[in-house]
Design a protein around this ligand. Structure first.
Ligand code: NAD
Length: 275
């Protein structure tokens, strides 16, 4: 997969396209990760909350692909923000890895006020070399600002719900200004909208001989976003990664941009409280 690499603010780089394994059923994640590595994926996005780190790790070990060619992201779960070192060790243990490429705080959980302490722990973890990069997920501008002001350490990425119906323009602008790479979760809107049937998507697909999913993934790529659409199906893995041999026109990009609705399908990070 000829995915370009995105340069992070800490000198590391990661492939712009990968595979997400949220809601890949238990018992399936090892096969799914193996398939992805076989068809050429080199970037896997998991989380302790997904319950499949061990399977992801087994697939990596069995793949024969050199460890340093694979970008592995995992995340600190909400209940672990006050025990980040232990939770990180447990993730490494399940993954069977000596280090991860990217370790993220999964949600800010501002009602508990624990994310700043967790961020200080991640700073120690990256200092230990067991995570190459550290970042956050679902952080709004005010949550990012707190980390910047209190620690001066800028997250390498912010992983947020992002797709044509929910483009987070103000937050994305803030991230760009602070050199925080933006990762899109729910890049296809998680199948919760009619995005793949919308006129501009279907028309662009026909014009380029591509599928609607490829058009939406390409839209992310051209906006410079890091993207890891989820699928368990091997042929869709191939499809979703085959987006580097065409380009949407400015008019096609603008037509997808126009699908902004101002709201997403996921939880509001300011109030989301799951533990
Ligand atoms: P997604 O937008 O990637 O949608 C996945 C769904 O799209 C699949 O279930 C499938 O039904 C459909 N799909 C995939 N490929 C398709 C194709 N080629 N044609 C038609 N339909 C297709 O949603 P997601 O899985 O929620 O997001 C991707 C990844 O982002 C996750 O797997 C996970 O790694 C990450 N994520 C992170 C958070 C977070 O809070 N940080 C939240 C949700 C997801």
């Amino acid at each position: 997969i000829p995915a370009p690499r995105i340069q992070l603010n800490d000198g590391q780089s990661i492939p712009q396209l990968g595979l997400g394994v949220f809601k890949v059923e238990a018992g399936e994640a090892e096969r799914v990760t193996s398939d992805a590595l076989e068809v050429g994926y080199r970037h896997i996005d998991t989380a302790s909350f997904y319950g499949n780190e061990a399977e992801v790790g087994r697939a990596i070990a069995a793949s024969g692909v050199a460890r340093d060619e694979i970008t592995v992201t995992t995340k600190l779960w909400n209940t672990d923000q006050t025990r980040a070192h232990e939770a990180f060790d447990e993730s490494l243990e399940r993954l069977g890895l000596e280090s991860v490429d990217l370790y993220l705080i999964h949600w800010p959980q501002p009602m508990y006020g624990e994310a700043l302490g967790a961020w200080r722990s991640l700073i120690e973890i990256v200092g230990s070399g067991r995570a190459s990069s550290i970042g956050v997920s679902n952080f709004e501008i005010e949550h990012l600002q707190q980390l910047l002001e209190e620690t001066g350490v800028v997250p390498a990425v912010n992983q947020i719900e992002l797709h044509p119906m929910h483009q987070r323009r103000e937050l994305v602008q803030f991230c760009r200004e602070h050199d925080i790479a933006v990762e899109a979760w729910g890049p296809l809107s998680q199948g919760k909208s009619d995005l793949l049937e919308r006129d501009a998507v279907v028309e662009a697909a026909a014009a380029h001989g591509k599928t609607p999913a490829q058009v939406v993934i390409r839209w992310h790529v051209q906006h410079g976003t890091i993207v890891f659409p989820k699928t368990s199906k091997r042929e869709r893995m191939v499809e979703n990664a085959d987006v580097f041999d065409f380009a949407l026109t400015d008019a096609e990009m603008a037509a997808l941009d126009a699908y902004e609705t101002g709201r997403g399908f996921g939880a509001d990070p300011r109030t989301f409280d799951l533990r």
